[in-house]
Structures are given as structure tokens and as C-alpha cells.
Design a protein around this ligand. Sequence first.
Ligand SMILES: CSCCC(=O)/C(O)=C/O
Ligand code: FE2
Ligand code: NI
Length: 192
Amino acid sequence: MTLLQVMPQDAPQDVLLRTRDGARIATLLKELGVEYGHWELRATVTADTTQEELLDSYRAEIDALRARDGLLVVDVAQLLPAPGPEWEERAAKARSTFLEEHRHAEDEVRFFAHGTGCFYLHIEGKVYAVVCEAGDLLSVPAGTLHWFDMGPRPEFAAIRFFKEEDGWVGDFTEDPIAQGFPRLDSLLAGDQ
Ligand SMILES: CSCCC(=O)/C(O)=C/O
Ligand SMILES: [Fe+2]
Ligand code: NI
């Protein structure tokens, strides 16, 4: 289930809020201008699932969202565990891509069709760690400071929506803030 954990920007160990209540998460994020929604899952994702198959499974939802928000470009970012050192290397490289604080010139709109990933939203003195799971749709406004952790063993398939082809490109702040916050695996371990 989706998880939200809120911490002060200068005291990651102080958990101000931790909840798995989807309605509460949606309300709280909406106050920050962040849209959090949920789509019914329509497909099982395996290593053999092609991008086109996945997009076809959610065609109705995708078309409605594209029409609503003028999103012209849609693709799939996918990483599933595989045996061998090559995958370990690929996973570590992929994980590092968005692990430091950055912003985008356009909204970051992502639907998790499979797996898990955590967006850390740095807004007005706080960090909102939003662990997304299969079925979650998150839309983060352009310019919002954030970073993203796919964990030490990445497993996710996310449908990404853009206005421009290069909408995914990050503008990195060089602020090391992300390094002080619990990573995805630690956040989830907090349940135990
Ligand atoms: C879940 S899609 C990959 C992450 C991404 O696109 C991004 O910008 C993270 O901040
Ligand atoms: Fe991003
Ligand atoms: Ni669900």
C-alpha cells in the first residue's frame, strides 16, 4: 500500500506524519498542489511485457489524462529484477539517475503499473516521502524540488507523461539534502 512519511527538511529523523491512508494522502498532497490518484490495475507486468502491451492495457485512462492535461508524449520506464552482475550494475546506474535533488521544467506525471518507487518532495521546509505502488498515479507540479529512489533491487513499471520529448530531463540543484533522508528500503523497514 502507498505510504506517506513527512519530515522536516533539517531533521530527517523527526517523523511528523506517517500514514498509509490513501484518502488522507490524497488530501494532504492536494494542499501542496500534488495530484495523487489511483487506477484499477489491468495488467500483470513481466519481463516479456512490451511497452505497447502495457500502454494498450491502460489506453482509456491514458487518453483521458492526455486530453485533460495536454500531455502529448507517453512512454514506459521499466526495471524488473534479473539474475547476474550485469543487472546489478544496470540497477545501480538507474537508481543513481534521480537520487539527488532536482526539478523538471514540466509536471512529473507517473502511473505505477507495477512495483514500487519513492518520490521525495521538498516543499516549504518539509520533505514528503511518497512511496508509490502499483495503481498509483502521481502528478508533481513543474519546478517542485524532489528526488526519487527505486531502491537497491529496483522493480517497477511506470507510465510517464510529458508535454515535450525532453520533459523527463532533470535540473539538478547540487544540494546534498537527499543523502540525509531514509532511502526506500529504510522507509519500508519502518513498518517492521
Ligand atoms: C518512476 S519514473 C522514473 C523517475 C523519474 O522519471 C523522475 O523524474 C524521478 O524524479
Ligand atoms: Fe524527477
Ligand atoms: Ni489498489
